[in-house]
Design a protein around this ligand. Sequence first.
Ligand code: G6P
Length: 612
Amino acid sequence: MCGIVAYIGSKEAYPILMKGLHRLEYRGYDSAGVCLLNGDIRVFKCKGKVSDLENAIQNENLSGTIGMAHTRWATHGEPNQINAHPHFSENKTLAIIHNGIIENYSVLRSELKNRGYHFVSETDTEVLIYLIEDIKTNEKVSLEEAVRIALNQVIGAYAIVILAKDSPNKIIAARKGSPMVIGIGKEEFFVASDATPLIEYTDHVVYLNDEEIAIIERDKGLKIITIKNKNKTPYIEKLEMSLNEIEKGGFPHFMLKEIFEQPRSIYDSMRGRLHVDQGIVTLGGIQNYEQKILNAKRIIITACGTSWHAGLVGEYLIEDLSRIPVEVEYSSEFRYRNPVLSEGDVVIAISQSGETADTLAAIELAKLKGATVLGICNVVGSSIARATHAGVYTHAGPEIGVASTKAFTAQVAVLTLFGLLLAQNKGTIPKSQFQKTLLELDAIPGKVERILAMDDKIKAIANIYKDVKNSLYLGRGYNFPVALEGALKLKEISYIHAEGYAAAEMKHGPIALIDEHMPVLFIATRRGIYDKVISNIEEVKARKGKIIAIVTEGDESVKKLADHFIEIPDTEEMLVPILATIPLQLLSYHIAVMRGCNVDQPRNLAKSVTVE
Ligand code: G6P
């Protein structure tokens, strides 16, 4: 969602800000804007892409060594130029960019209106900067003090940057609930929603915590206070991300690059954790909580989107391997439904970005109720990684394409290790079986490689189905979550309506949709309840549905029934989801490209959903 970049230093700010906005495009947005301070305070903004903004203002005076820029994902007010950020205060001496939602904005707006203020936009953000102006003028306080007082009146989430015409050497930034990172260079500072815009300038960063305000001044450097006016010592961390990782590396889209990175990212997620030669699994990040987890009465997995699908695979895996009951919850439901939770429960929050607002709120609730909360996150140092008691990083590397691919397979790999760790300590599966699974898991990256080599065949199938309007994805057992994930991938990036279903549930509704125009994708691998899936395929065939099947190498029965098939290498049933997901990612990718869709930044979607 909304992207923030700000700069103060000796260089020209504009090129740095624009490059930063381009790096943040992956988060999803619908308008863009920039503010530069250079004697006066200038704001330029427009609806559309960052490149539209650059084209629109190329003849303007864009000089200045301090500035801020923003990409907006509309929440309050439609995406247009007026609602785009930055927003001025009424007297046009202050400007703000904001990510998040000010929940009490309408009360504040009415109060300010009663005091004679006139609003230009429909946004909650404008209300905040008017409030800051009001406090600064009436209480005759410094800019940072006005911001601090205002933030004490605000309910909701924010990551904000503020510039003032009369403070040309100062940036004020603050956060609560929305991510914000400060990059520290040589006599220059950067502020951003995530580390991607900073990476080429510095690897020293400070992650701002909730309710902290950063005051960055050219001559005095960085100072952090809380909104309760306590001084904080900035904790400087080293970034472990390289520029290579956030560039396309010769691929036409980030999504394709990330799909092809999976042999490596899955391997990285298991590196130093899967010890086949010693016949053990270790997860250093949760070592101190191992006993608590082994004694857990129940494990509750909470997540959103693709991470929720990984959680479903986790449910099957952990119950199979450890016999500990597992429930999987959408974070957005869990946080509001007054769930029964106690100290004996272990909650696992799964998140690629580590910033999803609903998952963060679910974590806070679980902690409040005394549960042990673990995180499975991809982004190191993210809010969720910091909010949980302990956790395991997926180490898939930065995921830029909005549709999650390599993060999903890394999450499933980590959940597999987690289940195996429990089994190892509880003795819930025979030793020989345990060792066999470790060997199979070790072979997974190589098998993913073999699936990727079938890209051309998958592309040819994509070409046949690229114009369909609807589709159904069906699977059973471990392949049920794979069906959900496959359908989500297709609808996210190609805008084709796709439904994922448990194959046997088809008879309870979706079967009514089947005719000769309806492609049905079956994940029909040989393990598990294979025969039953074959019966489901027959049922679709009898109604003239078109069948695309993901089958195990060497399978003959399903191949005979299917119109098209994609073979994947054989493996243990519980490891099939990682393999079976890969062809579905490629199929969606090719269909979306053939339909002319923007696969890396699909319409209306955001990579990191930092508002609820
Ligand atoms: C958004 C993204 C999805 C992602 C979901 C959860 O909807 O577009 O790809 O699965 O958020 O995000 P998280 O970062 O918590 O995994």
